[in-house]
Design a protein around this ligand. Structure first.
Ligand SMILES: C[S@@+](CC[C@H](N)C(=O)[O-])C[C@H]1O[C@@H](n2cnc3c(N)ncnc32)[C@H](O)[C@@H]1O
Length: 218
């Protein structure tokens, strides 16, 4: 896979570059990410010989977990932040596994490879509305016609407490313009606009708001 040159600005994992080193330790303490990773792995329904691509891999925990559980699957992963890519490469080296982590922008993937599965967790809420649309088009463009795209991210709050937690904790951290489409259902609608089939797989009520995973077919 080749990716287009990196954009100069992006929303880093914890909203500010100086906090990036804390992202991995914090998500180890918070229990929701490991539950989401387990669920996404189940939704991917992996089979030997598949080629898969992660968008916005962060410190690489999910890609490494997949490669360890399914050594016969070829795993590639892209993130726009070189610091995160270096961390992910170190994680793979420590575990003694091969995952192709690369620096790149998920809104402009070159369409030279096809993947059986494309997936992304907790990354779309970092993108501006137009970039979300571009990233969904990019994911759709590299997906095999029999493949599926699995995405987990913030979604419509299912009650007032979840609405308030999202408004007070997550939105100030990652920016209102990028996160509002998740809160008001426009991200889900963008999935439905781009993919032929969209199924809600699981919903989590968390301390930072409601998270939902979707399985999308071309
Ligand atoms: C909150 S972290 C999520 C990381 C990981 N997927 C997880 O679930 O822990 C969001 C990640 O998205 C990456 N990111 C933001 N904009 C991106 C873009 N345009 N292309 C690729 N990665 C991007 C950030 O660098 C960051 O690592």
């Amino acid at each position: 896979m080749t990716v287009e040159p990196r954009k100069s600005s992006f929303v880093p994992a914890l909203g500010a570059h100086w906090l990036t080193a804390l992202y991995d330790p914090l998500t180890r303490i918070w229990r929701a990410p490991s539950r989401i990773r387990r669920s996404v792995i189940a939704s991917l329904a992996l089979e030997p010989g598949m080629r898969i691509l992660e968008l916005g891999a962060g410190p690489g925990r999910l890609a490494c977990q997949i490669k360890q559980a399914h050594p016969e699957v070829e795993v590639e992963a892209v993130d726009i932040d070189p610091k995160m890519v270096a961390r992910a490469q170190k994680e793979a080296a420590t575990r003694g596994i091969e995952v192709a982590f690369r620096t790149g922008d998920m809104t402009s993937l070159a369409r030279e490879g096809r993947y059986d599965r494309v997936y992304s967790t907790m990354t779309f809420h970092h993108l501006e509305p137009a970039a979300k649309t571009a990233a969904l088009a990019a994911a759709h463009g590299v997906l095999d016609s029999d493949g599926h795209f699995v995405v987990a991210d913030f979604s419509r709050p299912r009650d007032p407490l979840q609405w308030a937690l999202f408004a007070w904790i997550q939105q100030p951290l990652d920016g209102f313009a990028n996160t509002r489409p998740h809160r008001d259902g426009r991200f889900e609608q963008a999935l439905r606009d781009r993919f032929g089939g969209v199924r809600s797989a699981q919903v989590w009520r968390t301390i930072a708001g409601t998270i939902e995973s979707f399985v999308c077919t071309p």
